[in-house]
Design a protein around this ligand. Structure first.
Ligand code: 6GU
Length: 252
């Protein structure tokens, strides 16, 4: 996987990505990362990349030409026109399915905006995907680009080792993860659930599955409609809902 990031803050990208699992993948050569400074393509006296918006309004806009030239420099080198993801709160909200799909690409270019955004005309010419990472506002596209690269990377063969791959499908069934415990057996008066000490693999698996369902129902009930559940598990959910409703009524 070759990632290219068009940004005014290339150090932020390389420093973040050269750490931990993505850093190891870059060192191994499974991932390639190039952070390209858009300012290097501003061919004016003060390397200026922003200007006032026509029609007035707050703040500055990134100008079209340096963004365009920075993208075309990639095109020229790789001999294709790779997919360009523009990070913006106006985009489609990123999710695991999009991460899985994007992991199949050979190259991805991320375009990070700053100030009040980027001149619309260059977006029309080069952007293929408008992506947001959630409903809140950030100061720039660098953190969202890193979030996307992190989740895409872990879907690329060779990035995770076998142990780490175990977590890969944690979201695939659209259920949240069950709680986990390590030593000691008792901490701050809290005991590890008995079943996990039993050595009874079938019961452990059953308990974990139940916990995952309980968690998802409590915290992210919206995920359940896409979840792979058996009829028995749907009944379990109905039972839980009924139980919680009764508990609520008792508390009143
Ligand atoms: Cl992709 N960019 C910015 N600037 N803010 C965001 C975002 C992206 N996603 C959520 N908020």
């Amino acid at each position: 996987m070759n990632f290219y990031v068009l940004t005014l803050f290339p150090d932020m990208i390389t420093q973040g990505m050269n750490t931990s699992i993505t850093g190891r993948a870059i060192a191994k050569g499974v991932l390639n990362l190039e952070a390209i400074n858009i300012r290097d393509f501003a061919y004016n006296k003060h390397q200026k990349v922003d200007d006032y918006p026509y029609g007035g309004g707050a703040g500055m806009l990134m100008q079209a030409e340096p963004v365009y030239l920075s993208y075309e420099s990639i095109v020229k080198r790789v001999g294709k026109r790779p997919r360009v993801v523009y990070l913006t709160p106006q985009g489609r909200v990123f999710n695991q399915k999009m991460a899985r799909e994007m992991a199949l690409e050979e190259e991805i270019v991320f375009l990070c905006g700053h100030y009040e955004g980027i001149d619309e005309r260059v977006l029309e010419e080069i952007v293929t995907d408008y992506v947001s990472i959630g409903d809140y506002v950030l100061t720039g596209g660098e953190l969202p680009a890193m979030v996307m690269m992190d989740s895409i990377s872990r879907m690329v063969p060779g990035v995770l080792n076998n142990q780490e791959s175990g977590e890969t499908e944690s979201f695939a069934g659209n259920l949240l993860e069950y709680p986990q415990y390590s030593r000691p057996e008792e901490w701050h008066g809290k005991k590890v659930p008995e079943v996990l000490l039993s050595g009874h693999h079938e019961n452990v698996a059953k308990w974990r599955r139940e916990q995952a369902i309980v968690r998802t129902l409590k915290n992210r009930p919206d995920l359940l409609k896409e979840a792979d559940l058996t009829n028995k598990e749907w009944n379990f959910i109905r039972q839980l809902k009924k139980q919680w409703k009764e508990e609520q009524e008792e508390a009143l």
